[in-house]
Design a protein around this ligand. Structure first.
Ligand SMILES: C[S@@+](CC[C@H](N)C(=O)[O-])C[C@H]1O[C@@H](n2cnc3c(N)ncnc32)[C@H](O)[C@@H]1O
Length: 242
């Protein structure tokens, strides 16, 4: 794969197809396993509980969806979607192994095939910065979530703690693409994933992006590991966006 610069749906889909079989392994190695805790924190903050209906978009290999399933129990329902079939194939294998009832479907975040307000919670983890039009993606998440329900977003940010921020920047710029490259043969993809993280809006700037959708009446964030990543919680307001 050549240098990845184009931020369009087709190049993103191709990139994740090429990474799919090693995606989980790289995640665990480069994050030292911490990403599981981040997902658990997002589910806990969402207030997901038995009987809830949840949609996880850009679900990839399904880790956040499986975490939601744990919270929603047998009475709930979790739907996981992604527009990259090979990533969902990995999720399918994992679902079989753990006897999961998560429903896996191919769908583009930019045109979700679901009715308005049909889910208690919708989510997207480490996906929104890869979506060609993030504001439209967030608006779609808002549309399918019921008033009073939450859109949960997990995404990389930048730490404002001086030494820590510099150290992590060095790690993510130099070490992470090397490890990703060694494990997958797709170093360019991990260089892109790093550069897209370091240019995407985070904290208040991400909330300003979400505000543009006019779907939310309460928007909050919590930094993880000093700001390396953030959890955003956006409450779906009553009525249509004005
Ligand atoms: C970095 S992975 C994150 C996967 C998973 N959510 C996780 O936390 O590990 C980004 C995912 O976003 C998906 N994606 C990007 N743009 C999308 C879109 N417009 N519609 C659906 N999925 C999309 C990719 O196919 C990929 O699986």
């Amino acid at each position: 794969m050549g240098k990845i610069q184009a931020h369009n749906s087709e190049s993103i889909r191709k990139m994740f197809s090429a990474l799919s079989s090693r995606y989980d392994l790289v995640n665990t190695v480069v994050s030292f396993g911490t990403h599981h805790g981040w997902r658990r924190a997002a589910v806990a903050w969402s207030g997901a509980r038995s009987g809830h209906r949840v949609l996880d978009c850009a679900s990839g290999t399904g880790d956040l969806a499986f975490e939601f399933e744990r919270a929603c129990g047998r009475l709930g329902e979790v739907v996981a979607t992604d527009f990259c079939e090979p990533m969902l194939q990995e999720a399918r294998r994992k679902a079989e192994r753990r006897d999961s009832r998560v429903r896996l479907e191919v769908a583009d975040v930019l045109a979700l095939p679901f009715d308005d307000a049909g889910f208690d919670i919708s989510s997207i983890a480490f996906g929104i910065r890869n979506v060609a039009d993030p504001v439209k993606g967030l608006a779609e998440l808002g549309r399918v979530t019921r008033p009073g329900g939450y859109v949960m977003v997990l995404e990389f940010g930048r730490s404002r703690i001086p030494l820590w921020g510099r150290a992590y920047q060095l790690y993510s710029r130099s070490v992470l693409p090397r490890i990703g490259g060694l494990l997958t043969g797709e170093r360019d993809a991990y260089e892109y994933l790093n550069s897209s993280s370091s240019s995407f809006p985070y904290a208040e700037d991400f909330l300003a992006l979400a505000e543009q959708t006019r779907y939310f009446d309460q928007m909050e964030f919590r930094p993880l590991l000093g700001g390396i990543a953030y959890i955003y919680r956006l409450r779906r307001k009553e009525g249509a966006p004005s």
